[in-house]
Structures are given as C-alpha cells and as structure tokens.
Design a protein around this ligand. Structure first.
Ligand code: F6P
Length: 501
C-alpha cells in the first residue's frame, strides 16, 4: 500500500464542498441552533474525560458528511494505517514516523523500553538523592538546554504539570541569547545543578553554543572530571555527544523515526520525568496512547482529531480563514500555544505536494492564542468585533486542582460565556448604537476535560498531533520534514564565517 497522494481539490467531495459552501456560507449559527433542537447533543463527542463540543461551527450535517467524504477520498484511512505500521511516510527524509511507539507499552520496541527504564532509574536516583553533584550534595536544579522540539514540548509539559512536581526546580534555556544564559546561571549553584543537553542532531548552533558557555561557567568552579555528575545528553548523534565530552553512560537515546517536535514522549522528556516523577510521566504516555487508539480505531464521524482537523480545513480552504486561536482556560497551559505553533506550523507550513508540485490551495493554518481569561482583556475585542474570521479552540477543565471553587466557577463562567458571545453576538438584541453590535456567528470548539491530570494532558497533546497529521494528509503535503528552516541556518553560518566569529 502506498501513502496516498491525491490533490484534494480534484476529489468529488471537494467539488461538492465548493457548491455546498456557496449555499451555506452566510447562514447564522443562531438560526442553525433554532432549527435543530438536538444540535448541541448531536455535535458533541464524549470520550474518556473529554467532551468535545463542535456544534458552534458554521456547519450543517451535510458539511460534516462532505468533509468526512473528503477524508475518505484522499485516503486518510490508509494513511493512518501506514503511519502506525511504521512505513517510511516521511519520504523526503526516508524515515518512519513512530512517536506513537514511544507510548505504546504493548508493542514497545526493546530500545524504547530500555530508554524508559533508564529514565526511570535516573529520575529516581536524582529525586532520592542517590545521584549527587560533585561535592556529594543533592541535585536541586535541572537546566534543559535545547531548542525547538528539544525545548517547547518538555517545557510545556513540565509547566502544565507543575501541580504534580517534586522539589526540583527546572529551567529551560533555548535562545542563543547570552543574557538569558547569564540570568539563569546567576541563581544556580554548580554543586547542585544538573544540565540536560537535548539535541537530536547535536549540531544545532544555539544548543551547542549555549552548552559550551555553560560548560565554561561550570569549569570555573569544578574540574573536567566533575562533568560526569552534571552533564547528561539526549541525542541520536552518539558520536558528536561523546566528542563533546559527555560520558556514553550519560547519553539517553533518540531515534530517527521520532521527529523533534513529536519527541517529548521519550528521553527528550527527561526534564519532565525528573520533575513529575516516572509514574506521572508514564501516565502522560498512557493518556496519549489512549488517544492514539481512539484515533486509529474510531469511525471518522466520532473521531475527535479527524473531526477537529476537517472543520479546520473547512475554514482554511473554503472560508479562507488564515489563522486559528487556541485559548486554554488554565494558567498551567500558558506554554501550550508556543508548543503548538512549532508542532502545527513546522509540520504543515508547506507549499509543495507529495508529488513534488506546487500546491494550488491553502495549507497550514497559523496558530496563535493565550490563556483565558487574560486573552479576553487583550485580543478578544478583535475576535468579537474585528473583520476576520478566526475559529477558536477553547480548552477548559471541570475541576480545579486546588479546589478553589469560587474562582474556578468564575473562570469557567468566562470560558462558557466567550463561546456563547462569539456565537450569538447581539444577533437577537436591540442595540442602541452600531459600535455595540456584535455580529456573532464566530465559530469555536469547546474541549472540556474533567481535570488537568498527566493522563488527560497526554491525550490532549496527542489529539493535536493527530489533527496535524490528518490535515497534512488532506493537503497532500509531507508533514514530518522541515526543510524550510535550513536556508536561514545556512545563511547565518555563512555570515558567521565572513565575520570570523
Ligand atoms: O530548526 C528546526 C529544528 O530542526 C526543529 O525541527 C527541531 O525541533 C529543532 O531544530 C532542534 O533540533 P535538535 O534537537 O536537533 O537540536
């Protein structure tokens, strides 16, 4: 079975969707709700601790049915099978795409099991004080040095699961900004700090430069021999890591079948695993795996990643909407959007199709957003009364973690009020002046999860990973390479050579 390569605009479904769009594009969602009593119930998927309400979209039953026909026609079912079977679907890099293997305990490859075991042992040793710094003191701080997928994923998860963390303070250094490195080191003690250098390639300029700076700082108060207690690496490039001076025993592996932006589930998540402990980390993986099973086996009409991906395609390719906002109603998820920006835009920001031809339709959406309620007091004005159509994903949790019911009720009242305001506007009201009119009809999905647990977070991240995959399949692009970042790197290196830096 070959990975499908079908121009979506040539499908029957696309033609029908084009016609259908011209018929429904001006419908107001308020009318749709009035016409269909059970719309809210019908357009909702309940799965484990998740309730995904997609009723507040500019869609009808026919829209969904045509979008799902499109998914079938472009070969999504085959594509899903091929991905999970480990076929080399990342054809431009000749690699399989198997981050889902990192969280499937049943069919886990032996090398993944070994790596997890090593992570467990290491994180326990750090936490119990069995692994100490060079003067015998317990490790109190961990610094993760990495960029892109070697930073955004683990940082987002570590911060999202702050409630579950232990005594360790975890810091993330990514930018090639010496001031940030100095600011971070300023408050750290060499004797009690562990550095995790995360770089799949181990050639990334930012990471290697920052690591060199940090190593120099470390050696001002310690010896070369002490490096082994304080520097570990996560990489697929063993040779470079050893050459750099990190002990082979201190290297955690990464494989070419795991893309950087999908790698938080393995050793790239070592900082997270140390911070929340192995058992919470395992639950994160289990939650993601449950979402994998849902995605792989559930029929498209009840399949959360498929439905959300196809609705997003509806806006991107028919309404010509350019961006979508993600608004989590919890401070813990403040790093979700930057993480998604890499996952989504590095994956689907492509303009050449799987046959090597330029596409003649829009691909990757621009993702942006911030946590609610803060976002309401920043850019929501534009969502409510601006000229652009911006679909929103609202993410909220029924229960708070510390049980402050009063504040949680206020938070969630805002969460529900915003999607209602976007939907209804002042459509049915008499408004005294034009500046106070809200047209409404602004689409949103509501992802309501019972509680922010490691398991539910794992499932939420996996949901977005699969949404990315579905969209890449439909747009007929290669989602798992990132050639678009290479030219800038080359030019920066050339400039450095010229200026002899
Ligand atoms: O430049 C983009 C990129 O290659 C990302 O895809 C990746 O996550 C990041 O750089 C870091 O790469 P590495 O882990 O090899 O240092």
């Amino acid at each position: 079975m070959n990975f499908p390569s079908i121009n979506p605009t040539t499908t029957e479904a696309w033609k029908k969707l084009t016609q259908h769009f011209s018929e429904v594009k001006d419908l107001h969602m308020v009318d749709l709700f009035n016409q269909e009593e059970n719309r809210a119930h019908k357009m909702k998927i309940t799965w484990n601790d998740f309730q995904v309400d997609f009723s507040k979209n500019r869609i009808t039953d026919q829209t969904i049915s045509l979008l799902l026909q499109l998914a079938e026609e472009v070969g999504l079912s085959e594509a899903i099978q091929l991905q999970f079977n480990g076929e080399k679907i990342n054809q431009t890099e000749n690699r399989a795409v198997l981050h889902t293997q990192l969280r499937d305990f049943e069919i886990m490859k032996p090398e993944v099991k070994r790596s997890l075991k090593k992570m467990k042992k290491f994180s326990e040793a750090i936490n119990k004080g069995k692994w100490t710094g060079f003067t015998g003191k317990r490790i109190t701080d961990i610094v993760n040095i990495g960029i892109g997928g070697s930073d955004l994923g683990p940082k987002m998860v570590t911060n999202a699961l702050h409630y579950y963390k232990n005594h360790l303070k975890v810091h993330y250094i990514s930018n090639i900004d010496g001031d940030h490195v100095s600011e971070t080191l300023k408050n750290l003690n060499r004797e009690t700090t562990l550095f995790i250098v995360v770089s799949k390639s181990f050639t990334t300029l930012e990471t290697i430069t920052n690591t060199n700076t940090i190593k120099d700082w470390f050696l001002k108060g310690a010896t070369q021999l002490d490096i082994e207690n304080h520097f570990v690496a996560v990489s697929s490039n063993l040779k470079e890591v050893i050459h750099f001076g990190i002990l082979e025993d201190n290297i955690f592996p990464l494989w070419d079948w795991v893309g950087g932006r999908f790698s938080l589930w393995g050793a790239v998540g070592l900082s997270t695993c140390c911070s929340i402990g192995y058992s919470n980390f395992k639950q994160l993986l289990e939650g993601a795996h449950e979402m994998d099973v849902h995605f792989k086996n559930e029929k498209f009409s009840n399949n959360i990643p498929v439905i959300l991906a196809m609705i997003s395609i509806w806006y991107n390719n028919f309404y010509k909407s350019e961006t979508e906002a993600v608004i989590p109603y919890t401070q813990y998820l403040k790093d979700l959007v930057p993480y998604l920006q890499q996952a989504v835009m590095e994956s689907n920001g492509k303009s050449v199709n799987r046959n090597g031809d330029k596409v003649n339709y829009q691909t990757g959406t621009i993702v942006w957003g911030n946590v609610g309620a803060n976002a309401q007091h920043a850019f929501f004005q534009l969502l409510h009364q601006g000229t652009k159509l911006i679909p929103v994903d609202f993410i909220g949790f029924s229960e708070s973690l510390y049980g402050n019911e009063n504040q949680h009720q206020i938070l969630m009242a805002n969460f529900f009020a915003q999607s209602e305001a976007l939907l209804k506007g002042t459509f049915l009201e008499n408004v005294e002046n034009p500046y106070k009119i809200f047209d409404g009809n602004n689409p949103s999905n509501t992802i309501l999860i019972s509680k922010l647990t490691p398991k539910n977070l794992g499932a939420l991240i996996a949901l977005y990973e699969h949404k990315i995959f579905v969209q890449g399949v439909v747009w007929n692009i290669f989602s798992y390479d990132q050639w678009g970042v290479e030219l800038g790197k080359k030019l920066a290196n050339n400039k450095l050579k010229v200026s002899n830096l």
